[in-house]
Ligand binder design. Structure first.
Ligand SMILES: [Zn+2]
Length: 186
């Protein structure tokens, strides 16, 4: 008797060729494409690590940041930054040739932080809920603890507090935030 089995035909995520997936977890047509995908993931991880290093070195007290620093924090390209400057959307200073610096605080109001700059890549046991009902928005945190939004973002990054973005709002778990500022008050 023929064994009933269904076939999953997928497009290889690397080369785009159609292939029969052996399991629902198969995304690549061949060991070669799997290897390429693995290498790309590694390269991406390394790139993120480099960006995290840049982020760590930005002094919190300094508002005007360089173009590479803005990229590391927000993932904004040089082209986008220059366009924002030209349009007058953000303040900039020119500290010499190719030494343009832009206001970090103003960028914070326009862009969410690069995801990896907010949360460490290592998976953490989920002890918090990211449902909006269990979260504060950044604005609510700022109001409750008498801070400005950019300070809240900095703390979230510094203490690796998980966040979730829905529409224009960034949410952080109430429990994590309350713990953080309870500690800070002591
Ligand atoms: Zn392939």
């Amino acid at each position: 008797m023929p064994v009933a089995k269904f076939e999953i035909v997928r497009k290889c995520k690397v080369c785009g060729e159609l292939f029969k997936a052996k399991t629902i977890e198969s995304w690549y047509c061949s060991p070669r494409c799997s290897k390429i995908a693995w290498k790309r993931r590694k390269d991406e991880e390394r790139k993120m690590q480099r960006l995290d290093e840049v982020v760590k070195k930005i002094p919190e007290s300094r508002d005007y940041i360089t173009v590479p620093e803005a990229y590391a924090l927000f993932g904004i390209s040089k082209e986008t930054l220059y366009r924002l400057i030209r349009k007058g959307c953000i303040s900039s200073v020119n500290a010499g040739q190719r030494q343009i610096r832009v206001s970090k605080d103003e960028l914070m109001k326009l862009y969410p932080l690069r995801k990896k700059a907010l949360t460490k890549s290592k998976p953490v046991a989920k002890l918090y809920s990211l449902e909006p009902k269990d979260c504060y928005t950044i604005g609510e945190i700022a109001k409750k603890y008498h801070l400005d939004d950019s300070t809240v973002y900095l703390h979230i990054r510094k203490y690796s507090i998980p966040t979730r973005q829905i529409g224009n709002f960034v949410y952080a778990p109430k429990k994590e935030i309350d713990n953080l500022y309870k500690e800070a008050k002591k």
